[in-house]
Design a protein around this ligand. Sequence first.
Ligand SMILES: Nc1ncnc2c1ncn2[C@@H]1O[C@H](COP(=O)(O)OP(=O)(O)OP(=O)(O)O)[C@@H](O)[C@H]1O
Ligand SMILES: [Mg+2]
Length: 271
Amino acid sequence: MTAVLEVKDLHVSVGDNEILKGVSLTVRQGEVHALMGPNGSGKSTMAYAIAGHPHYQVTSGDILFNGQSILDLEPDERAKLGIFLAFQYPVAIPGVSFANFLRAAVSSVRGYKDRARAEVAQGGKREIGSELMPMREFRKELLAKMDRFNVDRSFAQRYLNDGFSGGEKKRGEVLQMAMLEPKIAILDESDSGLDIDALRVVADGINKLVADGMGALLITHYQRILNYVKPDKVSIFYKGRVVLTGGPELAHVLEEKGYGWVEKELAVEPA
Ligand SMILES: Nc1ncnc2c1ncn2[C@@H]1O[C@H](COP(=O)(O)OP(=O)(O)OP(=O)(O)O)[C@@H](O)[C@H]1O
Ligand SMILES: [Mg+2]
């Protein structure tokens, strides 16, 4: 079955401030949906709300995954369904290696943790390491994927994002996606701050994952990455709403005419 993520008339507030004012959009497995919009229009807010960040209160509307509301699910439960968020500003965790972080994340998403806990709950013995994907298997898969996605093998032992350059962080995110195998990934400005070679590596990684069946919501400011990752759909986000959805040509029109055009032509009511 093809997984579908649907955001329906979503209203989200931070404190008393309503930031999303009725967002609707759909992302399907195997499809790239690019989302463009000016600074502060609420793109990251929507990404966080989908991932289940507790600061963002959904006041009305719904987020459906395969037709089921995910609003009551915790962030880790949403991840287990196959939803992944690549942050605009990835956090560094000094002291935790990239490999250990990935092993823990993969073990959780693939159910190793739940199965080990269920066994203990049924009176089984607690085996050291049983909550984790077996080391050999994990290492083999990690090395294969580092090679396939052009991520330097030295990444594995480095502390997560600690001292990583902007480009290295974004490559690291591609590796996370490759390991976690999400059905739908939200990439929040995965192209920002990338040099031309890094942009190609990241775009190439996204393309491989989409060819494998991943759906991507690609949040971006520039048409540039869309030369490498061909979107099926482009949506324009403006003042907390999706105001227009179209084909790839929309990104070019936007690049040429800017957001003033959006405000004038689409007669968007000022918030
Ligand atoms: N945790 C928060 N606390 C207070 N205000 C917030 C919070 N998160 C978002 N906002 C506000 O919501 C608005 C939308 O922010 P958001 O980060 O979603 O925009 P964006 O479209 O991702 O912008 P950019 O293109 O600059 O990344 C901004 O005015 C921002 O200050
Ligand atoms: Mg943002």
